[in-house]
Design a protein around this ligand. Structure first.
Ligand code: NDP
Length: 243
């Protein structure tokens, strides 16, 4: 285990209102971490925080809005004493053919997946530095390979990987940087796709995905729980059988 007891560590999770973020909140709360749950759907994170107990707070925050992240960081400092772990999990996967029709979605993916993670990290960095913090970036298999139709999504995840490797070297040994790269995980992620054909294909694929958000949450909890002298820098994981 980490030399700090989980009970004294505070974890901030972006995109904690569903899927991997929600499951990670449950896993870490179960291990005794204190949590700040961030997302736009405040009703969902509020209900989750109430369910998980008094050491969990919900904060409405949009990762594309720096002011809301600054306000969130102030609350985390005031109410929980500062963040020890930041999990950059918020993301959107708006797959589709490369065309001008998709341009707003290209921008959204870059602003949420890449710039959102960068902004949350610079906003919380002083708190993470104050006592040995962890920065966990939720990337993807799409950060290691690319396919037709996922170019900009893959670009955001490749970007996350490159940025994380730079930060790993720059912030060590005070802050551990970890990258988690899941393959397909059964969550609501593909339901936001707007291109009809791509959405149908993704729905078919995701209907039979055996890996759950809870599976990924266990892996994240394991990585964060390693002793401070050891960093799991990168974990690439796929459903058995995924190409
Ligand atoms: P979900 O759609 O369930 O979760 C996405 C989360 O991101 C939601 O909680 C959503 O919260 C949040 N989010 C989206 N936009 C914003 C925003 N502007 N500001 C703040 N939060 C935002 O999908 P997953 O759990 O699957 O996705 C979590 C991460 O895992 C993503 O980064 C995704 O790319 C990655 N991933 C997922 C895989 C999969 O197959 N499911 C595979 C590999 C990686 P809200 O809408 O309430 O703001």
């Amino acid at each position: 285990m980490n030399t700090q007891s989980p009970h004294s560590r505070v974890v901030v999770i972006t995109g904690a209102s569903s899927g991997i973020g929600e499951a990670t909140a449950r896993a870490l709360a179960g291990e005794g971490y204190r949590l700040a749950l961030l997302a736009r759907r405040v009703d969902r994170i509020t209900a989750l925080a109430e369910e998980l107990g008094s050491d969990v707070i919900a904060i409405e925050a949009d990762v594309t809005d720096r002011d809301s992240l600054v306000a969130a960081a102030e609350r985390v400092q005031d109410e929980l004493g500062g963040a020890d772990v930041l999990i950059n999990n918020a993301g959107v996967m708006l797959l589709g053919p490369f065309s001008s029709q998709q341009r707003a979605e290209f921008r959204q993916m870059i602003e949420v997946n890449l710039l959102g993670a960068i902004t949350a990290s610079e906003v919380f960095l002083d708190q993470l530095r104050d006592g040995g913090g962890d920065l966990v970036n939720i990337s993807s298999v799409a950060g290691r390979t690319a396919r037709p139709g996922n170019g900009v999504y893959a670009a955001t995840k490749w970007g996350l990987n490159g940025w994380s490797e730079s930060l790993r070297q720059e912030l060590q040994p005070g802050v551990r940087v970890m990258v988690i790269e899941p393959g397909a995980v059964a969550t609501e992620l593909p339901t936001h796709i707007t291109d009809p054909e791509t959405k149908q294909g993704a729905a078919r694929l995701y209907a039979s995905v055996p890996v759950t958000a809870e599976d990924i949450a266990e892996v994240i909890a394991f990585a964060v729980g390693r002793p401070q002298h050891l960093t799991i820098n990168e974990i690439l994981l796929r459903p058995t059988g995924q190409a």
